[in-house]
Design a binder for this molecule. Sequence first.
Ligand code: NAP
Length: 176
Amino acid sequence: MEDVMPLDLKGVWAAMEECQRLGLTRAIGVSNFSVKKLQNLLSFTTIAPAVNQVEMNAAWQQKELVRFCKEKGIAVTAFSPLRKGGSRGPNEAMENDVVKEIAEERGKSAAQVCLRWLYEEGVTFVPKSYNKERMTQNLQIFDWSLKEEDHKKISQINQHRLLPGPTKPQIPDLYD
Ligand SMILES: NC(=O)c1ccc[n+]([C@@H]2O[C@H](COP(=O)([O-])OP(=O)(O)OC[C@H]3O[C@@H](n4cnc5c(N)ncnc54)[C@H](OP(=O)(O)O)[C@@H]3O)[C@@H](O)[C@H]2O)c1
Protein backbone atom coordinates (compact mmCIF):
# COMPACT_ATOMS: atom_id res chain seq x y z
CA MET A 1 0.00 0.00 0.00
CA GLU A 2 2.89 2.44 0.68
CA ASP A 3 3.64 2.39 -3.09
CA VAL A 4 0.19 3.76 -3.94
CA MET A 5 0.39 7.50 -4.70
CA PRO A 6 -2.58 9.72 -3.88
CA LEU A 7 -4.45 10.72 -7.02
CA ASP A 8 -4.04 14.33 -8.11
CA LEU A 9 -7.71 14.61 -9.00
CA LYS A 10 -7.61 18.36 -9.71
CA GLY A 11 -4.67 17.96 -12.08
CA VAL A 12 -6.11 14.92 -13.82
CA TRP A 13 -9.51 16.55 -14.24
CA ALA A 14 -8.02 19.81 -15.58
CA ALA A 15 -6.16 17.75 -18.22
CA MET A 16 -9.36 15.88 -19.10
CA GLU A 17 -11.24 19.17 -19.47
CA GLU A 18 -8.48 20.39 -21.78
CA CYS A 19 -8.90 17.24 -23.92
CA GLN A 20 -12.58 18.07 -24.31
CA ARG A 21 -11.89 21.74 -25.10
CA LEU A 22 -9.37 20.69 -27.76
CA GLY A 23 -11.98 18.40 -29.32
CA LEU A 24 -9.99 15.25 -28.55
CA THR A 25 -13.04 13.78 -26.85
CA ARG A 26 -16.74 14.61 -26.92
CA ALA A 27 -17.31 13.96 -23.22
CA ILE A 28 -15.43 13.14 -20.05
CA GLY A 29 -16.59 11.07 -17.12
CA VAL A 30 -15.67 9.07 -14.04
CA SER A 31 -16.10 5.58 -12.66
CA ASN A 32 -16.71 4.27 -9.16
CA PHE A 33 -17.36 7.77 -7.79
CA SER A 34 -19.52 7.97 -4.66
CA VAL A 35 -21.68 11.00 -3.81
CA LYS A 36 -18.85 12.24 -1.58
CA LYS A 37 -16.27 11.94 -4.37
CA LEU A 38 -18.60 13.62 -6.86
CA GLN A 39 -19.27 16.50 -4.48
CA ASN A 40 -15.53 17.04 -4.14
CA LEU A 41 -15.04 16.85 -7.93
CA LEU A 42 -17.90 19.25 -8.64
CA SER A 43 -16.42 21.79 -6.24
CA PHE A 44 -13.62 22.58 -8.74
CA THR A 45 -14.77 21.46 -12.21
CA THR A 46 -15.52 23.84 -15.04
CA ILE A 47 -16.87 20.89 -17.06
CA ALA A 48 -18.90 18.45 -14.98
CA PRO A 49 -18.53 14.72 -15.67
CA ALA A 50 -21.00 13.50 -18.31
CA VAL A 51 -21.21 10.06 -16.76
CA ASN A 52 -20.37 8.04 -13.66
CA GLN A 53 -19.96 4.30 -14.27
CA VAL A 54 -20.62 2.32 -11.10
CA GLU A 55 -21.75 -1.10 -10.05
CA MET A 56 -25.53 -1.10 -10.14
CA ASN A 57 -27.96 -4.00 -10.26
CA ALA A 58 -30.93 -5.40 -8.35
CA ALA A 59 -28.58 -6.46 -5.54
CA TRP A 60 -26.79 -3.09 -5.31
CA GLN A 61 -29.32 -0.46 -6.27
CA GLN A 62 -27.40 2.77 -5.59
CA LYS A 63 -30.58 4.76 -4.88
CA GLU A 64 -28.87 7.75 -3.26
CA LEU A 65 -26.12 7.96 -5.88
CA VAL A 66 -28.61 7.75 -8.76
CA ARG A 67 -30.75 10.48 -7.18
CA PHE A 68 -27.70 12.72 -6.74
CA CYS A 69 -26.45 12.15 -10.31
CA LYS A 70 -29.90 12.90 -11.78
CA GLU A 71 -30.04 16.13 -9.79
CA LYS A 72 -26.62 17.15 -11.16
CA GLY A 73 -27.30 16.04 -14.75
CA ILE A 74 -24.71 13.24 -14.62
CA ALA A 75 -25.70 10.05 -16.48
CA VAL A 76 -25.23 6.80 -14.55
CA THR A 77 -23.94 3.71 -16.35
CA ALA A 78 -24.43 0.44 -14.49
CA PHE A 79 -21.61 -2.06 -14.70
CA SER A 80 -22.15 -5.69 -13.70
CA PRO A 81 -25.86 -5.15 -14.42
CA LEU A 82 -26.55 -8.88 -14.16
CA ARG A 83 -24.04 -9.73 -11.45
CA LYS A 84 -23.94 -13.45 -11.88
CA GLY A 85 -23.23 -15.54 -8.81
CA GLY A 86 -20.11 -17.44 -7.93
CA SER A 87 -17.77 -16.88 -5.06
CA ARG A 88 -18.36 -13.15 -4.85
CA GLY A 89 -21.25 -13.10 -2.41
CA PRO A 90 -24.94 -13.80 -1.82
CA ASN A 91 -27.98 -12.09 -3.35
CA GLU A 92 -26.53 -11.97 -6.85
CA ALA A 93 -28.86 -10.04 -9.13
CA MET A 94 -29.69 -12.46 -11.93
CA GLU A 95 -29.88 -15.43 -9.57
CA ASN A 96 -31.91 -13.70 -6.89
CA ASP A 97 -35.16 -15.54 -6.09
CA VAL A 98 -37.26 -12.38 -6.36
CA VAL A 99 -35.84 -11.64 -9.82
CA LYS A 100 -36.36 -15.25 -10.91
CA GLU A 101 -39.98 -15.17 -9.68
CA ILE A 102 -40.73 -11.95 -11.58
CA ALA A 103 -39.08 -13.40 -14.70
CA GLU A 104 -41.32 -16.46 -14.50
CA GLU A 105 -44.44 -14.32 -14.07
CA ARG A 106 -43.60 -12.01 -16.99
CA GLY A 107 -42.39 -14.78 -19.31
CA LYS A 108 -38.92 -13.21 -19.56
CA SER A 109 -35.45 -14.31 -18.53
CA ALA A 110 -33.96 -13.19 -15.22
CA ALA A 111 -31.31 -11.26 -17.18
CA GLN A 112 -34.04 -9.39 -19.05
CA VAL A 113 -35.78 -8.50 -15.79
CA CYS A 114 -32.48 -7.13 -14.42
CA LEU A 115 -31.87 -5.01 -17.53
CA ARG A 116 -35.46 -3.80 -17.84
CA TRP A 117 -35.35 -2.75 -14.18
CA LEU A 118 -32.23 -0.64 -14.87
CA TYR A 119 -33.88 0.87 -17.94
CA GLU A 120 -36.93 1.85 -15.90
CA GLU A 121 -34.64 3.32 -13.23
CA GLY A 122 -33.46 5.71 -15.96
CA VAL A 123 -29.84 4.62 -16.17
CA THR A 124 -27.69 3.19 -18.96
CA PHE A 125 -25.98 -0.18 -18.56
CA VAL A 126 -23.27 -2.36 -20.07
CA PRO A 127 -24.17 -6.05 -19.96
CA LYS A 128 -21.40 -8.31 -21.22
CA SER A 129 -21.87 -11.58 -23.07
CA TYR A 130 -19.75 -13.65 -25.42
CA ASN A 131 -22.83 -15.52 -26.57
CA LYS A 132 -24.81 -14.31 -29.62
CA GLU A 133 -28.21 -15.56 -28.37
CA ARG A 134 -27.73 -13.95 -24.98
CA MET A 135 -26.60 -10.67 -26.57
CA THR A 136 -29.81 -10.69 -28.65
CA GLN A 137 -31.89 -11.57 -25.59
CA ASN A 138 -30.31 -8.67 -23.68
CA LEU A 139 -31.52 -6.26 -26.36
CA GLN A 140 -35.12 -7.50 -26.20
CA ILE A 141 -36.19 -5.40 -23.25
CA PHE A 142 -37.79 -2.37 -24.87
CA ASP A 143 -41.27 -3.61 -25.83
CA TRP A 144 -42.58 -4.65 -22.42
CA SER A 145 -42.45 -3.28 -18.90
CA LEU A 146 -42.32 -4.26 -15.28
CA LYS A 147 -45.32 -3.72 -13.05
CA GLU A 148 -45.34 -1.45 -10.03
CA GLU A 149 -45.48 -4.51 -7.78
CA ASP A 150 -42.30 -5.82 -9.45
CA HIS A 151 -40.50 -2.60 -8.56
CA LYS A 152 -41.71 -2.89 -4.97
CA LYS A 153 -40.43 -6.47 -4.72
CA ILE A 154 -37.07 -5.59 -6.29
CA SER A 155 -36.65 -2.62 -3.92
CA GLN A 156 -36.82 -5.07 -1.01
CA ILE A 157 -33.93 -7.27 -2.17
CA ASN A 158 -31.08 -7.36 0.36
CA GLN A 159 -28.32 -5.04 -0.71
CA HIS A 160 -24.59 -5.55 -0.82
CA ARG A 161 -21.99 -4.44 -3.31
CA LEU A 162 -19.78 -6.73 -5.31
CA LEU A 163 -16.95 -7.95 -3.15
CA PRO A 164 -13.50 -7.19 -4.56
CA GLY A 165 -11.96 -10.38 -5.89
CA PRO A 166 -8.96 -11.90 -4.11
CA THR A 167 -6.53 -10.64 -6.76
CA LYS A 168 -7.75 -7.05 -6.66
CA PRO A 169 -5.95 -4.54 -4.44
CA GLN A 170 -7.89 -3.66 -1.32
CA ILE A 171 -8.28 0.09 -1.66
CA PRO A 172 -10.12 1.18 1.48
CA ASP A 173 -11.74 4.34 0.17
CA LEU A 174 -12.64 3.05 -3.28
CA TYR A 175 -16.36 3.29 -2.56
CA ASP A 176 -16.37 6.10 0.04
N1 NAP B 1 -15.88 0.47 -14.26
C1 NAP B 1 -15.60 -0.59 -13.53
O1 NAP B 1 -14.95 -0.51 -12.46
C2 NAP B 1 -16.11 -1.95 -13.97
C3 NAP B 1 -16.03 -3.02 -13.08
C4 NAP B 1 -16.55 -4.26 -13.50
C5 NAP B 1 -17.07 -4.40 -14.79
N2 NAP B 1 -17.09 -3.33 -15.64
C6 NAP B 1 -17.64 -3.46 -17.01
O2 NAP B 1 -19.01 -3.84 -16.98
C7 NAP B 1 -19.33 -4.70 -18.08
C8 NAP B 1 -20.12 -5.90 -17.61
O3 NAP B 1 -19.76 -6.31 -16.34
P1 NAP B 1 -19.64 -7.82 -15.82
O4 NAP B 1 -19.05 -8.68 -16.86
O5 NAP B 1 -19.03 -7.74 -14.48
O6 NAP B 1 -21.14 -8.24 -15.55
P2 NAP B 1 -22.49 -8.59 -16.27
O7 NAP B 1 -22.61 -7.99 -17.63
O8 NAP B 1 -23.48 -8.23 -15.25
O9 NAP B 1 -22.42 -10.18 -16.37
C9 NAP B 1 -21.68 -10.86 -17.33
C10 NAP B 1 -21.99 -12.35 -17.16
O10 NAP B 1 -23.37 -12.59 -17.39
C11 NAP B 1 -23.52 -13.58 -18.41
N3 NAP B 1 -24.70 -13.20 -19.22
C12 NAP B 1 -24.83 -12.14 -20.05
N4 NAP B 1 -26.07 -12.09 -20.56
C13 NAP B 1 -26.75 -13.15 -20.06
C14 NAP B 1 -28.07 -13.64 -20.19
N5 NAP B 1 -28.97 -13.05 -20.98
N6 NAP B 1 -28.42 -14.78 -19.53
C15 NAP B 1 -27.52 -15.42 -18.74
N7 NAP B 1 -26.26 -15.00 -18.54
C16 NAP B 1 -25.87 -13.87 -19.19
C17 NAP B 1 -22.24 -13.59 -19.19
O11 NAP B 1 -21.95 -14.88 -19.66
P3 NAP B 1 -21.89 -15.24 -21.25
O12 NAP B 1 -20.77 -14.44 -21.83
O13 NAP B 1 -21.61 -16.71 -21.25
O14 NAP B 1 -23.22 -14.88 -21.84
C18 NAP B 1 -21.23 -13.22 -18.10
O15 NAP B 1 -20.84 -14.36 -17.35
C19 NAP B 1 -17.99 -5.07 -18.71
O16 NAP B 1 -17.91 -4.38 -19.94
C20 NAP B 1 -16.93 -4.58 -17.73
O17 NAP B 1 -15.78 -4.10 -18.38
C21 NAP B 1 -16.65 -2.09 -15.25
